[in-house]
Design a binder for this molecule. Structure first.
Ligand SMILES: [Zn+2]
Ligand SMILES: [Zn+2]
Length: 423
């Protein structure tokens, strides 16, 4: 073996694809119910889109981006997330002049240079939604409900929510002052990264994964104590609407999310279907982002969910309804003449919407029956020279081994009848 996929990048193999399709189908069918239309932005953008949009001091921008110079000497970056691109597109195409509220969803690959581990790939896939143009707290609640609804539609039963508000930038300045004041004396207990963050981006310390940092943060000040009255009202309203929608949630005052652009509402949706809490979706309001890109102040809210983790979860839950399905029909032929007729028959079956296959490996009849079995065919048609000269074909039920001979021109309808009665 000479070639391998690059480290941290994986092939999605045919046996996993049905799970991907199930997720993608659900996204495409659920989003429009809530009024979201698909947008597809390029896989790469000028680097400044993410540097500006996601924030220079975030891990994503400072450590994890795939950035390179193109042949024209421009700095380009493979998208590490989709919100910055959506806002760029919103402004570039002047959607603010065309739509009062832009509701978009997306689905596709993102790229981050992270330590590879189970469920985390350097090319990963996200689905997500963005609603740009309203600060209505009911929209936050809708967004949260949509994220949860999608997971429930996929059959997850134990879906939960964590909620917080991180206020407006002014609230955050007040809070960050208090946080730094609290953390300074505890500096020695923080990890190296967080000690540096104390000067650059103290808020990030709240979601550091190190136990020691978590312990320090545990007893620290909480951002919800520093919300201005407008942010407090907004938060109260979001909670009221969630209650109205019967969506239960846990408050987590330490939930800040890893990206700079969030304001007010932040949330995560998780599944406990496998016991431990698996965070599958994260999102929040980003009222300042459009302005940061040079547009008029425009409130917005969105979320993104990771498909890799969701697929892993569905696979571990052994969702047989999502496993790949086999052939409907295999057509065994015995010589050149029967193969010619066989090809026609297989074509007819395919046009009738059946998954049909014929021998391309010059196998014996026994070999062909074995192949039909391995690929899950429910019925095999056997067409030998004798059957062909009598204008007949033998139908074999692959489960029972029962065989019957039917006229060639009734083959397709016989196959259909048989499949219909066995399903
Ligand atoms: Zn505020
Ligand atoms: Zn830390």
């Amino acid at each position: 073996m000479k070639y391998y996929a690059p480290k941290g990048l994986y092939d999605i193999k045919p046996e996993d694809i049905p799970y991907w399709h199930a997720v993608e189908r659900e996204v495409r069918s659920t989003m429009p119910l809530y009024g979201y239309e698909e947008i597809r932005t390029p896989i790469m953008e000028k680097t400044e889109v993410f540097a500006r949009g996601v924030g220079e001091d975030t891990d994503v921008v400072s450590k994890e981006m795939y950035t390179f110079e193109d042949k024209g000497g421009r700095s380009m970056t493979l998208r590490p997330e989709n919100t910055a691109s959506a806002v760029r597109a919103y402004l570039e195409h002047k959607f603010y002049g065309k739509e009062e509220l832009s509701k978009w969803y997306y689905l596709g690959p993102m790229f981050r240079y992270e330590a590879p581990q189970k469920g985390r790939s350097r090319q990963f896939h996200q689905y997500g939604a963005e609603a740009i143009g309203s600060d209505d707290p009911a929209l936050d609640a809708e967004m949260i409900g949509l994220a949860a609804d999608l997971l429930k539609s996929l059959g997850l039963e134990d879906v939960g929510l964590t909620l917080n508000s991180i206020g407006c930038p002014e609230d955050r300045v007040k809070y960050v002052d208090k946080l730094v004041e609290y953390l300074k004396p505890e500096k020695d207990r923080l990890c190296d990264n967080c000690r540096a963050r104390l000067d650059t981006n103290p808020l990030r310390i709240l979601d550091c994964k190190e136990d020691s940092c978590q312990e320090v943060v545990e007893d620290g000040p909480e951002i919800t104590e520093y919300l201005c009255s407008e942010c407090q009202d907004h938060f109260d309203d979001v909670r009221g609407y969630l209650k109205q929608l019967d969506l239960e949630y846990d408050l987590d005052p330490k939930l800040v999310r890893g990206l700079d652009y969030y304001t007010k509402t932040v949330f995560e949706v998780f599944s406990s279907d496998l016991g431990a809490q698996d965070a599958l979706v994260g999102g929040g309001r980003y009222d300042g982002l459009v302005e940061l890109f040079g547009g008029d102040p425009t409130p917005a809210v969105g979320f993104a969910g990771g498909i890799e983790r969701l697929v892993l979860l569905l696979e571990e839950l052994e969702r047989t309804d999502m496993e790949r399905s086999g052939l409907d029909v295999y057509l065994a032929t015995l010589d050149e003449e029967t193969k010619k007729t066989g090809l026609e028959l297989v074509q007819e079956l395919r046009e009738a919407g059946l998954k049909a296959e014929i021998d391309y490996l010059d196998k014996s009849l026994q070999g062909q029956l074995g192949y039909a079995d391995r690929y899950g065919a429910e019925i095999t048609g056997i067409l030998g020279p004798r059957e062909l000269s009598d204008n007949e074909i033998t139908l074999r039920d692959m489960e029972t081994g029962d065989q019957a001979t039917v006229p060639l021109n009734e083959f397709r309808s016989e196959v259909k009848n048989h499949l219909d009665s066995s399903r």
